[in-house]
Write a protein that binds this ligand. Structure first.
Ligand SMILES: NC(=O)c1ccc[n+]([C@@H]2O[C@H](COP(=O)([O-])OP(=O)(O)OC[C@H]3O[C@@H](n4cnc5c(N)ncnc54)[C@H](OP(=O)(O)O)[C@@H]3O)[C@@H](O)[C@H]2O)c1
Length: 217
């Protein structure tokens, strides 16, 4: 498959690039112009802004699927912490959708988060309080808008909602859950593997699954 990975320089993005190459996919890794990211051998690296529709359209053309690991860069979790680009996802999502339509690419999978949308109700009380009282509030509001825009696009979209991310090695045990309790965590390597499994299937089994390794109900 020919895959574009947005946010390739992030921790999940790097995992996606690495694992997609290992599975034999053709990978185009997209990073910001200012990023020092170097893609691994075998991946094509493109640099440009996710707010630049022409850049995205040109990047997407000829690919089968777009995978997004974009997310707000938070300087900390203080309630006063200001994300570097606070409207990243609400601004970029419509541009990504339009560029996909123009380039004739119909499928996208993006990383959202456990606790976004209806999954908020399934989160432990401590985590709900954490979302409400820290800089995560802004990040979650952006993810809500991203999901709304992507799902309204008419494209074939999956927004997976991982629980807390860790840098532990892959377990191969990522699963979809409808209840979350205790310390729910998932290694980034498992998120990447789960997303690649999802795009390798002919259709997305679910639109916005919560995925985790620990703490699932
Ligand atoms: N942390 C958690 O426990 C958790 C749990 C559930 C879901 N999530 C979601 O998962 C996402 C991915 O996690 P991660 O650890 O891989 O995040 P990360 O390492 O912070 O990666 C974020 C990616 O977004 C890119 N980005 C940020 N601002 C941008 C901008 N203005 N223009 C273009 N690209 C921009 C970054 O590019 P640069 O490298 O150039 O900055 C990077 O590639 C998070 O952002 C969050 O939304 C996180």
């Amino acid at each position: 498959m020919k895959i574009v990975i947005l946010g390739a320089s992030g921790v999940c993005g790097r995992e996606l690039v690495k694992q997609a190459l290992a599975r034999g996919h053709e990978v185009t890794a997209a990073a910001r112009p200012t990023s020092g990211y170097q893609a691994p051998e075998g991946a094509a690296l493109v640099r440009g802004s996710v707010f630049d529709g022409a850049f995205l359209e040109e990047t997407f053309r000829g690919h089968d699927v777009v995978m997004s690991a974009l997310g707000l860069r938070l300087p900390g979790l203080s309630p006063f912490a200001k994300p570097e680009v606070p409207d990243l996802l609400s601004r970029a999502s419509p541009i990504i959708v339009e560029a996909m339509r123009s380039a004739g690419v119909g499928r996208l999978i993006a990383i959202s988060a456990g606790g976004v949308g209806d999954s908020y109700a399934w989160m432990p009380a401590v985590f709900k309080a954490f979302i409400k009282t820290t800089a995560l509030r802004k990040a979650y509001a952006e993810l809500e808008v991203m999901e709304r825009v992507l799902f309204a696009s008419g494209l074939d979209v999956c927004c997976c909602r991982p629980t807390g991310l860790s840098d532990e090695p892959a377990t191969g045990e990522a699963r979809v859950v409808t209840k979350v309790s205790g310390r729910a965590m998932i290694p980034r390597a498992d998120v990447a593997a789960w997303m690649l499994d999802a795009i390798e299937a002919p259709t997305f089994a679910e639109r916005c699954p919560v995925i985790t390794v620990t703490g699932g109900g």
